[in-house]
Design a protein around this ligand. Sequence first.
Ligand code: BGC
Length: 764
Amino acid sequence: MKLRRGFIVIDKILKMTRIYRKVIFALLLAASSSITNKALAQRDSIDRKVDALLARMTLDEKIGQLNQYNGDWEATGPVTKSVGNKIDEIKQGRVGAVLNIMGTDHTRTFQDAAMQSRLKIPLLFGQDVIHGYRITFPIPLAEAASWNMDMIEKSERIAATEASASGINWTFAPMVDIARDPRWGRVMEGAGEDPYLGSLIATARVKGFQGNGLGSTDAVMACAKHFAAYGAAIGGRDYNSVDMSLHTLWETYLPPFKAALDAGVATFMNSFNDLNGTPATGNSYLQRYILKGRWDFKGFVVSDWGSIGEMIQHGYVKDNYEAAEVALKAGSDMDMESRSYINNLSKLVADKKVPLPLINDAVRRILRKKFEMGLFKDPYRFINPQREKTMLNRPENVEVARDMARKSIVLLKNEKQLLPLSKDLKTIALIGPLVKARKELKGFWALDVDKNEENVSLWDGMLKQAGETKLIYAQGCNITDMSKIGFEEALRAAKQADVVVMAMGEAPDMTGEAKSRSDIHLPGIQEELIKEIKATGKPVIVILMAGRPMVFNWTADNVPAILYAWWLGNQGGNAIADVLYGNYNPSGKLPITFPRSEGQIPIYYNHLNTGRPAQSDNDLNYKSAYTDLLNSPRYAFGYGLSYTTFEYRDLAFDKIIPQIKDNEDLSFSLEIANTGKYAGEETVQLYIRDVVSQPLRPVKELKDFRKIMLQPGEVRRVSFTVTRDELASYNDKLDRVTQPGTFQLMIGSASNDIRMQKSFEVVN
Ligand code: BGC
């Protein structure tokens, strides 16, 4: 009965989109046309090879290609008990891909087994290369704070060069889920809250991973995940349901996926959540209608870990037999770890529940990627011990990781220019539970290929740069417990010092998968310690490390200097020391809003205006506001200071009347001046607002930005062009259109620090 109801719903969706029939029709057509010479002649050579191979495959061999097993490495979900030996199954052609097998030795054993199968179809080796392979880079959210696409691309290029030298040919990254909820543990894995910035970063990451294209030995297939809307889990609780209007889905959550696709991403991963009542894994609207239909995606979709089988727990299907049917029909091509496909597809075909062309389509997509990667020519092309020896942890790449880490740090506060530190200080006290943290700096999703040998703590980094300055250390407290035992020693250390640097934050496993938190305050007794140290009267600098925005109001109000250092990877300590000493002038900007309290969540800059917007934080008169909490965030999207200051001047348009007519663009420029004492980089941000729109548009939308490096006293003119297309949004029919009318242009240093504005008209 339930199943029937389920199908009625699916059918409704399918009817609504008419896509299913179209897909089946197209597939049948493709299959029948495979015998005509004309069609053959039109296909490119890879498609011909795929078809030739497909023609030789038994149904069981085809189903084997859709099956992915975990290796014997770590797991992020329950591992299904092996039915027989995995190696034997590979030899029987029952496995298309494995995950969590790293290193040339290990991958060779598995590929050898695949080479003993009847058709010798090579395996794919997938891995969560999320922020570096051997060299750990900053967590993705930290890198997003750099707003530096070249650096982000470079960091993924290095990760790909290392991973591909070590047997891996597929990464389960980038995660491009928009996240407006810092309680969600996986906020650390994405690019924050903004669809525009998120799209640029998705593009940069895909380009970095896939390098010169899938044929190269240093390219790994990228995987845009998790399709879709996983970041909007209700209450920020991981794996939770998502309830979202289609308008918000298209406007906010889908753009980074589309950007990844346009950048040529080879694969997509679906997601654990249900979206408006249908699990993403069994969701035809997402996978068939949008991804493979409207967007014409030619790669393949892998399920998330066990997510096909989890449709049973969702209550969407009765058993794995139904799960396999629903998932395959909905467009999930490969089954990661649930064994629903390998155990049920053959019967589903025999029972005429799943048409063979659907299976052929999924197999074709996977084989095509294997051919594109050159795996049929040489199944061992990524398994080269010599390359593995020379490509990992190269000194020039370690330097890039250090630079990426410095560029990811955000200066939140710097009263009276307490920073950078003078080289003449006699004594600095380094206090806090994270001062000597080494492997912790890598954060969640680090692969530990380095066996934790070369992580630079803040203490290590400072020792290298302190020169004549004496450094003293006290831990003060732990991260989570409430013990004050270490306070006395910490106070003693502070009193001996000219300046106190405190390294505080979360534990690295407080963010990540299944690491959602309802309380995102700086944990334990840490803020108490900061209060007591501050009371000594010594100048205090607080460095905060975490995988998410935390709440730390007392510190924000009372401590003169604060750096947000996320989890910066192997080179974290060197990077922070570079910033503290002014060898690098901080340039990071927040990619996500920092709330004042959990009660404000979800909080994001690009919200709608409402009919009763509060004009200020004090405006409570029947306005959209809290009576016990300010509306404004603690730190806004786009915010981040520098050791120098920048002035915005002289906004000039290329036209006397600023307007966009027909297909014209609107160009303008402004001057940015470095008015401080240090060379520094400003991120000039361009926001727009569509003043009257149906449906409604946000109060601000980031549309462009420029990063510009200026010497002290230097002035430079920066130009922008706004195109009609950039002003488009989805209408009620979910078509992208630019509506004529008044738009507001806002240029500033942060979403809440607009320095110049001007209106312009779009006329038809
Ligand atoms: C995560 C994916 C990841 C997969 C394989 C899942 O639990 O959601 O993002 O790629 O495990 O490790």
